[in-house]
Design a protein around this ligand. Structure first.
Ligand code: ATP
Ligand code: MG
Length: 429
């Protein structure tokens, strides 16, 4: 993509409404614009990142055996009456009527709809287990939308739902999702600590929230400092969890299972990027979702649901990866891998070299944003640092006279001078 043609309205000034780094940077880097409180347009740069994140989530869900489908954003109130949640859900649910005076709502979540789909289409235990998911916009009329996409009113969520014949099966589905979540967040460069969440009576301890630690996180979390070592080694897994303590809730702290001695208990702040839980037959009973069991008997299916805040993750990743000049994208979610900077647009050698680099990188499938604008070098550098592409490839008249371009790693700040050929092979290889 040529920067001269790209719709990328970057801002020099810090917008006054933004309180945390990720919100400020998403506005300044031209990723989002607010349309109403907690409702955003995703501009091309932001949209590219959102799709990369979504794709990682999708690949790990598929790898765990979940199947993607797509349910609508608008739902009928009828099924929510069946589950009893139409009245229970409260003001977070956006309700409205269609022209025939039928009550509708913009889905805040999809347990009812998926249970209805399951009930109407699955008859036998032979069709189990099933994990179904979609990646779809949700609306929750949050009291206090804030921090940009972190707590929006309209936001993108991946929600999966598991259906099993019995508790043993449900537990296996839960564990498959648990593992998939750890892999998903790791691929985005995040350490998300699974925290025991408050489940009420149903399902005992089969509920976890996944939190990325950040000072600006909205949730207070408590955990065993041994996690820090495991996280540094990238070794948090189910086995580690059984021995270590982490919870989102102070009331789990005194006397809970595996609570470490006070000197090992750390209090921190976290951003909740995912939440998984087992809820048994809560919806299958309320909505009569039964299958025929092994001996012909009717069985209410055992269910679980598994959410990931896809749009919130964009903010969470920026909270984890930025400095005072801008974003530092991990390569797996970067909107482009390379920012190509032409230091002197209009200079024949610079233009020819950059055009050639752009063509060759693009042909090799490397995503490049080519700053071909007639702007001062300082402006181009500041913009590149702000939008945070992992690699900056800089070509100017002085270097080119000696046959060199400069390659800068945005995360480490390290710069090397290379021949055009070695720069190409480094970025393509
Ligand atoms: P929170 O406690 O942050 O309100 P929740 O418990 O309501 O979250 P779930 O219903 O479990 O969230 O939704 C699954 C995931 O969707 C959450 O883990 C979070 O990452 C994301 N999410 C929830 N609400 C919002 C929101 N208002 N804006 C952006 N993402 C959200
Ligand atoms: Mg909520």
């Amino acid at each position: 993509m040529r920067r001269s043609a790209f719709f990328l309205p970057t801002l020099k000034e810090t917008p006054s409404e933004a309180q945390i780094a990720s919100h400020r940077l998403m506005l300044r880097a031209g990723m989002i614009r607010q349309s109403a409180a907690g409702i955003y347009s995703w501009l091309p740069l932001g949209w590219k990142v959102l799709r990369k994140i979504e794709q990682i989530v999708r690949e790990e869900q598929d790898a765990a055996g979940a199947q993607e489908l797509l349910m609508p954003t608008i739902q009928s109130a009828d099924i929510w009456r069946e589950s009893g949640r139409f009245d229970a859900y409260g003001k977070e649910m956006l309700r409205f009527k269609d022209r025939h005076d039928r009550e509708m709502l913009y889905g805040p979540t999809n347990e009812e709809l998926i249970t209805q789909l399951f009930r109407d289409n699955v008859r036998s235990y032979r069709d189990l287990p099933k994990i179904l998911y979609h990646i779809q916009w949700k609306f929750r009329d949050e009291v206090r939308p804030r921090f940009g996409v972190m707590r929006g009113r309209e936001f993108l969520m991946k929600d999966s739902y598991s259906f099993d014949l019995d508790f043993e099966g449900a537990k296996m589905s839960y564990e498959a999702m648990f593992t998939a979540y750890l892999k998903t967040f790791k691929r985005m460069g995040l350490t998300a600590i699974p925290m025991q969440a408050d489940s009420g009576a149903i399902g005992g301890n089969l509920t976890h929230e996944f939190h990325v630690l950040a000072e600006t996180g909205e949730s207070g979390v408590f955990y065993d400092i041994a996690y820090d070592d495991l996280a540094a080694k990238g070794e948090i897994d189910l086995a580690a969890l059984n021995n270590l303590y982490a919870a989102t809730d102070e009331k789990h702290v005194p006397g809970g299972p595996n609570v470490p001695p006070p000197e090992r208990l750390r209090e921190a702040r976290g951003i909740e990027v995912g939440h998984i839980f087992y809820f048994g037959t809560k919806y299958s009973k309320a909505m009569n979702a039964q299958v025929q069991g092994k001996n012909g008997e009717p069985v209410f299916v055992e269910m679980g649901s598994y959410g990931i805040g896809v749009s919130r993750l964009v903010g969470a990743i920026i909270e984890a990866y930025h400095d005072d000049r801008g974003i530092k994208w991990p390569e797996s979610v970067a909107p482009f891998k390379v920012g190509l900077v032409n230091l002197k647009t209009g200079d024949a050698t610079c233009d020819a070299t950059c055009d050639d680099l752009y063509a060759k990188l693009s042909a090799a499938g490397v995503e490049v944003l080519y700053d071909d604008r007639d702007e001062r070098a300082g402006v181009k550098f500041a913009d590149m640092d702000l939008i945070g592409l992992p690699w900056q490839l800089v070509a100017g008249p002085k270097g080119l006279a000696q046959g060199f371009v400069e390659l800068k790693n945005r995360a480490s700040g390290e710069k090397v001078e290379l021949s055009v050929e070695s720069a190409l092979s480094k970025l393509i290889g």
